[in-house]
Write a protein that binds this ligand. Structure first.
Ligand SMILES: C[S@@+](CC[C@H](N)C(=O)[O-])C[C@H]1O[C@@H](n2cnc3c(N)ncnc32)[C@H](O)[C@@H]1O
Length: 856
């Protein structure tokens, strides 16, 4: 029996961490048993459970060895004494690597079930072939994540996907401040819940990290899985270091506690809010003394409000960890419109945070730069305190900072370029004009370093800067003060947005400055202004004037990427010399006799000099879609699609259209990249926009008029085998549509019995391009898909390109006929209730118009 590929993958992942197979085998075997072959648990977060278990195991072995040695060296009497002493000591903590930000698993804010990529995956039993278990592996039963407690987490179907990495990135701190901010998720909102919504809160924070407790590179950890290679085996090699080590495994920061007696601490913060019962209004120095007095115990007792330790994925603190916490966040309102918070963690970090609330009348407020504030404070100190005046107080200083901040922000003369821009909250998706591309106007969004720059139509009079909605990962970000009580997931964000929009007094603000944006916010901006993140030749904007659904959660890729088993061989040698045009030069379309690349299309190039598909060719492709019965269909002896559906009883093939291919010139050809027979490979050139439709979710439209036969885009996704696709689908929760796969079955007919690895499809659920937004229209869609051969003559793999079937007006939605059989309940693409609006809609006239071939 060939080795289970998942075992091999696990070995590979551990090898990347510097762990040898012999160490992995016994532990893995035990884990597989423990999780009853539910590999999802083992594979989740780049095999975190496995890595943890191995490290635990090693540590247990090391401890055991040390103890054995000790026992040999000392007398029986001293052993007994030691044991007696040990009984008085608190139990040592489990020295397993802890996943930082554990429990903050990002949640897609998209509550549509169309985004199967963020779905919970139902694990499936699989045969496991593993060598004999090593007796030492037994300790892995202590690994924290059990099938039960993992049951509520979202788990990706594959080893760490880019999507999960990016979501993780969104959770990672970008600065030490952000660590605390993120970890305080939801809490500061709670604390400030009584604040007027009309105030403009600003926050100044200062973080103190004592030297001896210094966090290594905190906040600067590489977020990519590569860091696992760089930092492999840190935990065992550096276990004796006096400082805690952060490491990344699979993009997640793992924290190894330093060797120290167990104090009941964890690295998870924050933990408590302290409300002083009495306040000394107006006197900031009294505020200071209240802290001291609190420490001295002379102030009235502080009310401790538990904030939680490990914050769960939905931002709710895990109360079970309460007893392990000793960090705290002290909130010391001073009775004015400012609020001071002091947070500390068991790691010794101390953070002072001062919230200044600007009254509603201060509509003219604009955000000064931090440099300007600091300078102003220094000037003020020099003036007021004459350097270390005996009355000098840090609390006063903090308050001065706050006041300077407000003063500078209110000075109308201070509208220098350095000024950070702040605007009333608007929702980009709601407020942007939909009739025009975001790239065509004159209103700018910009940040101080110019990294994020976009424009919008001037006519609508957008504010000069744009408010970022909360990041759509289910994590509340306290860098956004407006977010009291708002949650991106579960629709509360929408409510919040709506409330803000409806409330004319609402002045929730966010400083749109590049270095202050979290990765999630950056992603959001990228998505809104260019969903392709600069990876296409044109900017592709996204607008929503229908509802407040967040931008879809997926990774934009401009070209197909192979997932795992799909067999794609782009060997140049497979393109035979007489099937390409190595002797051509320039533009093949200008040749009097077409080059060999035109053989595939009957000796004529499929494209006109204008880059459009020729009328005749297009007509045939359209007819094939509209009247499949009239065209040649192939019925496989053993259909890979049916085989994937059910290996035991393989249903007869339902038929595949034998499609016409376009063959483009390619690398082996002598022509230039500008050759007229290279259209699809040059990518998207048309102005497209993703927009929210009334009834079909997101859709794609053109912002410019398109002539008939124009190339629009290709369908890009992960290249999967059908078996892999069905495996994914079977892991999706029941009833969840897996809406983004297309079969690459255009040539299955000519292949005899296709091997599993040759029966391919594209899945754009997690990775894809704009084509994933193209909605279906029965029969008279304005685009048709045409298979295009570029890199390989093997038609297992090809490009699926969309061309217009007629002239398409600017702003028209682009559609294609999925060829979906609305009756085929087993098909990986779940039939939906068609809202295409075509008078030929097959979903209405079922069953008479039901298509016999199912292409998607
Ligand atoms: C490839 S996706 C298209 C983009 C999708 N609308 C979105 O929001 O991401 C296919 C899914 O879109 C929806 N859809 C596409 N065409 C539709 C139609 N004609 N009527 C209703 N829903 C449609 C269905 O949910 C389908 O599973």
């Amino acid at each position: 029996m060939p080795p289970n590929p998942r075992v091999a993958k696990a070995f590979r992942a551990m090898r990347d961490l510097g762990i040898t197979e012999d160490k992995v085998k016994p532990v893995l075997k035990n884990l597989v048993k423990l999780y009853e072959k539910n590999w999802d648990y083992i594979e989740a977060e780049n095999y975190r459970v496995l890595a943890d278990a191995i490290f635990d195991n090693e540590e247990a072995e090391a401890n055991q060895a040390a103890q054995n040695k000790k026992k040999l060296d000392i007398t029986q009497e001293s052993v007994l004494e030691e044991e007696a002493e040990e009984q008085d000591e608190p139990e040592r903590p489990l020295k397993r690597l802890r996943l930082k930000y554990k429990g903050q698993a990002s949640e897609s804010c998209n509550n549509s079930n169309r985004l199967a990529g963020t779905s919970l995956i139902i694990p499936k039993d699989e045969p496991v072939e593993l060598p004999e278990v090593h007796p030492q592996a037994q300790s892995i039963g202590m690994v924290g994540a059990t099938p039960t407690d993992s049951g509520t987490k979202r788990i990706e179907s594959q080893h760490l996907s880019r999507e999960s990495l990016d979501r993780s990135k969104g959770k990672q701190p970008i600065s030490p401040n952000a660590v605390t901010i993120q970890e305080r998720t939801g809490r500061s909102q709670h604390v400030g819940a009584n604040k007027s919504r009309t105030n403009i809160p600003t926050t100044i924070e200062s973080v103190v990290v004592p030297h001896q407790m210094g966090l290594i590179n905190r906040g600067k950890e590489a977020l990519s899985p590569h860091s696992t290679k760089v930092e492999k085996r840190l935990e065992s090699e550096q276990a004796s270091l006096a400082v805690p080590i952060e490491k990344t495994v699979g993009g997640q920061i793992l924290v190894q506690p330093k060797e120290e007696p167990f104090t009941g601490d964890t690295l998870d913060l924050p933990l408590a809010v302290i409300h002083p019962e009495t306040l000394n209004n107006g006197d900031s120095s009294k505020g200071n003394s209240s802290i001291e007095e609190q420490q001295e115990g002379s102030e009235p007792p502080l009310v401790l409000e538990y904030l939680g330790g490990e914050v769960t994925s939905d931002g709710v603190p895990d109360l079970s960890s309460k007893t392990r916490m000793n960090s705290q966040l002290a909130t010391i309102p001073d009775g004015s419109s400012s609020e001071l918070q002091v947070a500390s963690s068991p790691m010794g970090e101390v953070k002072i945070s001062l919230n200044c609330n600007i009254s509603p009348e201060r509509h003219d407020f604009h955000m000064p730069t931090l440099d300007a504030v600091v300078k102003s404070v220094e000037d003020r100190c020099l003036r007021s305190y004459k350097l270390l005046d005996p009355n000098f107080s840090v609390m006063k200083l903090m308050k001065d900072i706050c006041e300077c901040f407000l003063e500078l922000g209110s000075e109308s003369s201070n509208e220098s370029e350095e000024t950070m821009q702040v605007s009333p909250r608007i929702d980009l998706l709601k407020k942007f004009p939909t009739g025009y591309p975001l790239v065509s106007g004159g209103t700018h969004f910009h940040t101080s370093d110019g990294l994020c720059n976009a424009q919008s139509e001037t006519r609508v009079g957008l504010p000069q800067t744009l408010q970022l909605p909360p990041p759509c990962n289910g994590i509340n970000d306290s860098t956004q003060p407006h977010k009291e009580g708002s949650h991106c997931n579960g629709g509360s964000h929408d409510d919040d947005v709506q409330n803000n929009l409806d409330d004319p007094n609402c002045r929730s603000l966010v400083v749109a400055q590049q270095h202050q944006l979290t990765p999630d916010q950056m992603r959001y901006l990228h998505d809104v202004f260019d969903i392709s993140k600069g990876q296409e030749r044109v900017v592709i904007s996204i607008v929503n004037e229908i509802n407040s659904e967040c931008t879809p959660s997926f990774h934009y890729i401009p070209q197909n990427a192979v997932f795992q088993n799909a067999y794609m061989n782009f060997s140049l040698a497979r393109i035979e010399d007489d099937n390409c045009c190595s002797t051509c030069c320039g533009d093949c379309l200008s040749l009097s006799t077409p080059c060999p690349c035109a053989y595939e299309t009957g000796g004529e190039f499929a494209y006109t000099a204008e880059g459009l598909v020729k009328e005749e060719f297009l007509k045939e492709c359209i007819s094939m879609n509209r009247d499949p019965q009239k065209h040649c269909q192939y019925f496989c002896k053993e259909c890979p699609l049916e085989r994937s559906k059910n290996e035991d009883i393989i249903e007869p093939c339902k038929g595949h259209l034998v499609r016409k291919f376009i063959k483009e010139c390619w690398w082996k050809c002598g022509c230039t990249k500008q050759c007229g027979n290279r259209v699809v490979q040059r990518g998207i050139t048309r102005n497209l926009q993703v927009f929210m439709t009334e009834a079909k979710g997101w859709g794609l439209r053109t912002l410019e008029e398109l002539p008939k036969g124009a190339f629009v885009c290709e369908y890009v996704g992960e290249v999967l085998t059908n078996a892999e696709l069905f495996d994914r689908v079977s892991r999706s929760p029941k009833g969840e549509a897996h809406s983004y796969p297309v079969l690459l079955d255009a040539d299955w007919g000519c292949e005899g019995v296709l091997k599993d690895e040759e029966a391919l499809c594209l899945d754009a659920t997690h990775y894809g391009n704009v084509a994933r937004f193209i909605n279906h229209r029965c029969f008279d869609s304005n685009m048709v898909e045409i298979p295009v051969e570029v890199e390989t003559p093997d038609h297992h793999y090809y490009h699926l390109a969309f061309f217009t079937t007629r002239k398409v007006k600017a702003m028209e939605e682009l559609t294609w006929d999925y060829g979906i059989d609305f009756d085929d309940v087993d098909h990986p693409v779940k039939a939906f209730r068609c809202q295409c609006g075509s008078k030929f809609c097959r979903n209405i006239r079922r069953p008479s118009r039901s298509r016999s071939s199912s292409r998607r």
